[in-house]
Ligand binder design. Structure first.
Ligand code: F6P
Length: 320
């Protein structure tokens, strides 16, 4: 291949820049022009495309967000919008495309792949909700951010003998809640994958209090409900003083961890390698510390691999 494109799509994630940099460098290494497509599929439709240079990827490795910007495009889902995107790829002589994003972005990549554009997906989402890969780029950073938030919140909750319930992102996936919950020694973790009844969770908090543990930390994944709703429920059914905390976008920004940067480098390298071998319609990922690739169909269809064992072990760790 002589010319490939790269875009970031959907929610941004720390480590996207490291992946873009790896794609550019590996492209250059193989004599392939790398075109940067700005603002995701939306920008592709509008022709916001230009060749990347060293300058574009200099000093971005450590930065959160995405230098290519990102978007969620409704127009791309329409037949007219999709056709415009295809025409634009042809107009810029882009033979292969790398899409860095989550499952929604992968669906777009699959459509392009079905229509003759060799496309590779790189998993970029803090949610870690793509079952074919052990980790997605950005997840580790989000978990580390929430973990350090938990300890700050714990300090002030403890000073007041309060319970804190922290709502974390993840759409329908409880991975951020689980990993940050275990790392932050949370007492209760509420995730969509395991429906712990709120009545039971409240009972646990009351039992903790009766035993003398006045401060507890609850992590609730956004897919399992809102922190404020859970706090109201607890207030209604007990005498516990509880505060709801929603860190929000703080967990999606910031410097990527070393793990995310290295993962991004490895996945970016592999994505270009596949295109250079004229292979498309694949998604790259990591499994048992090996870089793997599966068909985009499989990447979209594979159910999330939530770690039930770790989830249940947390109640052992949290015993008081
Ligand atoms: O998919 C990433 C994510 O951050 C989810 O965790 C969250 O539900 C969603 O995006 C928020 O999207 P938006 O950027 O549209 O607020």
């Amino acid at each position: 291949m002589k010319c490939i494109g790269v875009l970031t799509s959907g929610g941004d994630t720390p480590g996207m820049n490291a992946a873009i940099r790896a794609v550019f460098k590996e492209g250059e290494n193989r004599g392939i022009n790398v075109m940067g497509i700005y603002h995701g599929y939306k920008g592709l439709i509008a022709g916001m495309v230009r060749q990347l240079t060293h300058e574009d990827v200099a000093n971005v490795m450590h930065k959160g967000g995405t230098v290519l910007r990102t978007a969620r495009s409704e127009e791309f889902r329409t037949p007219e919008g999709f056709q415009k995107a295809l025409d634009m790829l042809h107009a810029f002589d882009i033979e292969g495309l790398i899409v860095i994003g989550g499952d929604g972005s992968y669906r777009g990549a699959k459509m392009l792949s079905d229509n003759g554009i060799k496309t590779i997906g790189i998993p970029g989402t803090i949610d870690n909700d793509l079952g074919y890969t052990d980790f997605t780029i950005g997840f580790d950073t989000a978990v580390n951010t929430i973990t350090s938030e938990i300890y700050k919140i714990r300090d002030t909750m403890r000073a007041h003998d309060r319970v804190g319930v922290i709502e974390v992102m993840g759409r329908n996936c409880g991975d951020i809640a689980l990993w940050a919950g275990v790392a932050g020694a949370a007492d209760i973790i509420l995730v969509p994958e395991c429906n712990l009844p709120w009545e039971e969770a409240t009972h646990q908090l009351v039992t903790n209090k009766l035993k003398g543990k006045l401060t507890s930390i609850v992590i609730i994944a956004e897919g399992a409900g809102k922190a404020e709703e859970f706090a109201s429920y607890v207030r209604e059914h007990s005498d516990i003083e509880i505060k709801a905390i929603v860190p929000g976008y703080i967990q999606r920004g910031g410097n990527p961890t070393a793990f995310d940067r290295v993962l991004a480098a490895r996945l970016g390298q592999r994505a270009v390698e596949l295109l250079d071998a004229d292979i498309g319609g694949r998604a790259v990922g990591i499994h048992d510390n090996h870089i793997v690739d599966v068909s985009l169909d499989e990447a979209i269809a594979r159910p999330d691999n939530f770690d039930q064992k770790l989830y249940h072990f947390n109640s052992v760790l949290a015993k008081f």
